[in-house]
Design a protein around this ligand. Sequence first.
Ligand code: COA
Length: 259
Amino acid sequence: MTYQNILVETSNRISFLTINRPDKRNALNQATRDDIQHALDALEKSTDSRVLVITGAGDKAFIAGADINEFEGRTALMQREAMKGFRVFTAIEEFPKPVIAMINGFCLGGGLELALACDMRIASETAKLGQPEINLGIIPGGGGTQRLTRLVGEGKAMELILTGDAIDAAHAKEIGLVNSVVPAADLRTTVVNLATRIAEKSPVALHMAKDAVKSAARMSLREGLERELDLFCLTFGSEDKAEGVRAFLEKRKADFKGR
Ligand code: COA
C-alpha cells in the first residue's frame, strides 16, 4: 500500500512508519493523520510486524506539530467537528504492539503529543521537544496536558506548557520525557537494536504487558492490580507461555509465534 504523506516499511519484524513531509517539518495535516490511521489498521493485522517505530523524514524534524495552516479561519465548532472522529494519538496508545518514537529533530506540539502516546521515546542529541501551542493562543489538544503531566509530573508539564519553550534532548532525558539520548548518527541503530530485542518476545505477552502498564495511568491502584492479575493469568492460555516455559527448562531460546 502506498500513502501520500507517510512511508511504511517492514523488515525483520520491525516496521518503520515515517512521516514524510520534510519540507513542512513533517507537520501533521489531516491527510497525514488519515494515512497513519490506515497504516495502523494494516500493521495491526500484519503478522510480519511485531514492533512499530515512528519517525520523521529528513534530519531536521520528527514532527513540528499540527499543520498550523489548517487552524486558520477555523471556528471552535469547526475544530470540534474536525476532531470528532478517529483519534490518532489514542490509536497509537492503544495499538496492540509496542511503539517506539525515534525522535530525530523538532518534536513540537502534536509531534510531542504523538511521541507521548508511544511506549518509549529515543531521541537524537539534536532533538528539541516542547508544547509551543501557548504561543499561538491555544493549548495542547491531543493529550499533551494529560500524558505529559503523567509522565514528567505537574511542575515540569506546567513549565513546558505555560512557557511554550522547547527543551533539548539532554534536558528531556533528565526529566524522564525521553528514555535515552544518542548521537544523531547512532539513532537508527540504537532504535533497531532495542526494537529487535523486543520483537523476539512473545507478541501475546507484549500486548498484555503494554495493556497492564497503561492501566496504571487509567485506573486506581486497586483496579490496576486486578487488571494486571487478569492479564497475567490470561497469558497462561497462550502457546507462547507453554513455549517460553518449555524453552527455559530445555535450556534453549524460545521461539514465540504470537499465539
Ligand atoms: N505547521 C505548518 N507548517 C509548518 C509547521 C507547522 N506546525 N512547522 C513548520 N512548518 C513549515 C513552515 O511554515 C515552512 O514552510 P514554508 O517553507 O512553506 O514557508 C517549513 O515548514 C519550514 O519551516 P521553517 O520555520 O522555515 O524551518 P526552521 O527549521 O527554521 O524551524 C520550527 C523549524 C519547527 C522551529 C518552526 O518551523 C516552527 O516553529 N514551527 C511551528 C511549531 C509549532 O508551533 N507547532 C505547534 C503547532 S500547534
